[in-house]
Write a protein that binds this ligand. Structure first.
Ligand SMILES: NC(=O)c1ccc[n+]([C@@H]2O[C@H](COP(=O)([O-])OP(=O)(O)OC[C@H]3O[C@@H](n4cnc5c(N)ncnc54)[C@H](O)[C@@H]3O)[C@@H](O)[C@H]2O)c1
Ligand SMILES: O=C(O)[C@H]1O[C@H](OP(=O)(O)OP(=O)(O)OC[C@H]2O[C@@H](n3ccc(=O)[nH]c3=O)[C@H](O)[C@@H]2O)[C@H](O)[C@@H](O)[C@@H]1O
Length: 371
């Protein structure tokens, strides 16, 4: 690798041994391939998306702060899978403007897939600052780095079905109201959409927001119901199924990770170039919002029944009124826009997806130490 690379990489604080790994990780297989910065790369969606990009020949450099929101050893295990696939993950925070500048100085990213965030709806009741830090401060810091980069990357980022909040018009379409967030988490995702629009308008950043709908699958998140229900059912622990105040069932448009990743890659591949490189905006830039869901909301009670069947264990369960914790009663995606513009076609039903998750779960936790 040239001296210039080493000088540049040196400022990254990456030890000499890391130089080759960063260069190899970011290298594209052809000039038409993408060079993608994946933030939140050690996360659930980030790991799957980074692997898919790398395997098809794109250059990928990851960034993650490996925070302790949930078991960091799971993030480290994902990281080892990424390293084996040739994806290097820089350990750092999206709020670190100096680090971001260095990354953009070292690698001329064509795209950014921004997945780093404080996820989780209910945790906002305990730690609101974490949502402001990562989902607002972190996003603005990243947008600042993108608008100053030359060339400016095209940005695809993860918003959330939660922005539909208390919307009762189903299925949810991108043009429906999103001004009634039911949680601070949802409010920070909505804020992200508005902030992104200002950077698109002023700086010519090409930006696509993807509203993911309750994503599940192997290497998933332990803070999500499908995951801890599985753990608790296997341990014979009581699980709580929330019921809405009107005693209706609570339902989610559960979306399998492979479908979400296809949606992310399609959004990256159809992203138009930003128009503000070099600080001078040359015309309006692309601004898009898409629902990525499964179009078939399933009651949580049905999720539990499928898990009992797959685990061959009867769950110990109780039904309680949904607490005022920021949860919404149901989500249901209209995906016709993503179908039209991204060719998005979710292909995995909940039972099939949960079967793959349970297989991974039993395998991973039976030999966790070896990961
Ligand atoms: N999984 C879902 O059901 C779902 C649904 C809708 C939206 N989303 C969004 O998709 C994205 C990815 O979610 P996920 O499910 O993979 O969650 P995740 O928590 O597994 O991944 C997020 C990753 O970002 C990292 N991170 C958090 N704050 C950071 C910061 N300030 N700097 C650097 N890294 C940071 C975390 O360590 C984590 O590895 C998030 O933006 C989330 O809000 C997820
Ligand atoms: O679609 C989204 O945008 C959101 O999807 C999930 O949020 P959520 O749908 O609440 O996912 P879970 O926390 O796994 O809850 C799933 C369902 O189980 C219910 N639940 C949860 C926990 C529990 O103990 N009992 C219970 O019935 C919830 O009310 C909800 O209806 C993710 O956690 C969020 O990061 C994401 O933004």
């Amino acid at each position: 690798m040239g001296k210039q690379w080493k000088e540049k990489l040196g400022i990254l604080g990456t030890p000499p041994a890391g130089y080759a790994r960063v260069a190899k990780s970011a290298r594209r297989s052809s000039p038409s391939s993408l060079a993608v910065l994946v933030t939140g790369a050690a996360g659930f969606v980030g790991t799957h998306a980074s692997l898919a990009l790398k395997r098809r020949g794109d250059g990928v450099l990851g960034l993650d702060n490996f925070n302790r929101y949930y078991d960091p050893s799971l993030k480290r295990a994902r990281h080892r899978v990424l390293e084996r696939a040739g994806v290097f993950v820089v350990e750092g925070d999206v709020n670190d403007a100096a680090l971001l500048r260095k990354l953009f100085d070292v690698v001329p990213f064509s795209h950014v897939l921004h997945l780093a965030a404080q996820a989780g709806v209910r945790y906002a009741m305990q730690n609101p600052a974490s949502y402001v830090h990562s989902n607002v401060g972190g996003f603005v810091t990243l947008l600042e780095a993108c608008k100053s980069a030359n060339p400016q990357p095209a940005l695809v980022w993860a918003s959330s079905s939660s922005v539909y909040g208390l919307n009762s018009k189903v299925p949810f379409s991108e043009k429906d109201r999103t001004d009634q967030p039911a949680s601070l988490y949802a409010a920070t995702k909505k804020a992200g959409e508005e902030i992104a629009h200002s950077y698109n308008h002023i700086h010519g950043l090409s930006i696509t927001a993807l509203r993911f709908f309750t994503v599940y699958g192997p290497w998933g998140r332990p803070d999500m119901a499908y995951f801890f229900f599985t753990k608790d059912i296997l341990k014979g622990k009581l699980i709580t199924i929330f019921q809405s105040p009107d005693c209706g069932t609570v339902a989610r448009d559960f979306t399998y990770i492979d479908d979400i990743v296809k949606g992310c890659l399609a959004a990256l591949d159809t992203a138009k170039k930003s128009t503000g490189s070099g600080g001078k905006k040359k015309g309006p830039a692309q601004f898009r919002v898409f629902n990525l869901g499964n179009t078939s909301p399933v009651p949580v009670s049905e999720l539990v029944a499928i898990l009992e069947k797959l685990l061959k264990v009867k769950a110990k369960k109780k039904v309680l009124p949904m607490p005022a914790n920021g949860d919404v009663k149901f989500t249901h995606a209209n995906i016709s826009l993503a179908h039209r513009d991204l060719g998005y076609r979710p292909a995995t039903d909940l039972e099939t997806g949960l079967r793959k998750f349970v297989k991974w779960y039993l395998d991973f936790y039976s030999k966790k130490s070896s990961w």
